[in-house]
Write a protein that binds this ligand. Structure first.
Ligand code: G3H
Ligand code: 13P
Ligand code: ZN
Length: 309
């Protein structure tokens, strides 16, 4: 039981035609729900922390909670920095004991992204830490900034090859039509699977990463709305598309919104049905159970990583 890198996990996932879930964590209940799910499913696990999560919880609390999760569960897991936007935040996380970092230079030019990613790789690798980078831009909300659909650019397969060769990166996040948050598609959900196939052909040994991969499950959206929420036209990536991506070279599937939505749906319901209750443990417990349920569902029915720990 230890914090491990994604290296072996991704090698197995690439060969085995499944993906490992990378779940965003911000607090104790979410970590406990996810880890309980991984235990039940004997699944490999990536816990990821964004800059926003580090600001919210104070990075040392998250680090200690994840260490507690390793000790209590007896599972190997990866502690990953999600969307690091500078060398400095990657360096800090490596110092803090993260086993994997994402340097997200997707808002920079191709050459700038390569130079910055290379710098992070050169710092991380000698310290035994793996690096994910991103090429192309996702639409949606990133770092509290709204990226419009017009500014989103899909990953160019030729450039992906050059990028991986010149940076030495361990995995690559690709833009093929997903986006962050709860409003991913205005009309019909569509991903560019032809592009994904070309990218996989160009860099067959590079594990690919799918960000913005929440399904925004209609039952949780409906439950939020039934208990006072106002989430209009929320829409995510259909699960059959995620299964298809996981069977190919997508080895890491990032899920945050689905967990947020499940917790909010359960807490809303509990508070409306129990107006006399004021002990946070009572509703946070419901939230934690909801996290476990949704994560087990993802592992078993979508990602295909159950039993692969
Ligand atoms: O990629 C974005 C993740 O969902 C993290 O979101 O920056 O609000 O923590 P956050
Ligand atoms: P979702 O908003 O679809 O859950 O995506 C999360 C993500 O990509 C985190 O990096
Ligand atoms: Zn992301």
């Amino acid at each position: 039981m230890a914090l491990v890198t994604t290296k072996e996990m991704f090698e197995k996932a690439l060969k085995g035609g499944y993906a490992v879930g990378a779940f965003n964590v911000n607090n104790m209940e979410t970590i406990q729900g996810i880890v309980e799910a991984a235990k039940e499913e004997s699944s490999p696990l990536i816990l990821q922390v964004s800059a926003g999560a580090r600001r919210y919880a104070n990075s040392i609390y998250l680090k200690k909670l994840v260490e507690a999760a390793v000790e209590e569960s007896g599972l190997d897991m990866v502690l990953h920095l999600d969307h690091g936007d500078s060398f400095e935040i990657c360096r800090q996380c490596i110092e803090d004991g993260f086993t994997s970092v994402m340097y997200d230079g997707s808002k920079y030019t191709f050459e700038e992204n390569i130079a910055m990613t290379r710098e992070v790789v050169d710092y991380a690798h000698p310290r035994g830490v793996v690096v994910e980078a991103e090429l192309g831009t996702l639409a949606g909300i990133e770092d509290d900034v709204m990226v419009g659909e017009k500014e989103a650019t899909f990953t160019d397969p030729e450039k992906a090859r050059e990028f991986v060769e010149r940076t030495g990166v361990d995995s690559l996040a690709v833009a093929i039509g997903t986006s962050h948050g709860a409003y991913k598609f205005k009309g019909e959900a569509k991903l560019d699977f032809a592009r994904l196939a070309k990218i996989s052909e160009m860099i067959p040994d590079t594990p690919l990463v799918l960000h913005g991969a929440s399904s925004v499950m209609p039952e949780y959206v409906a439950q939020c709305n039934a208990y006072g929420g106002k989430l209009k036209d929320a829409k995510g990536v259909p699960e059959e598309m995620l299964r298809r991506a996981a069977e190919g070279n997508i080895c890491k599937i990032n899920i945050d919104t689905d967990i947020r939505m499940a917790v909010t749906a359960e807490v809303r319901k509990f508070l409306v049905e129990n107006p006399e209750e004021f002990d946070p443990r009572q509703y946070l417990k419901r939230g934690r159970q909801a996290v476990q349920k949704i994560v087990q569902h993802k592992m078993k029915d979508v990602l295909g990583c159950s039993g692969k720990a």
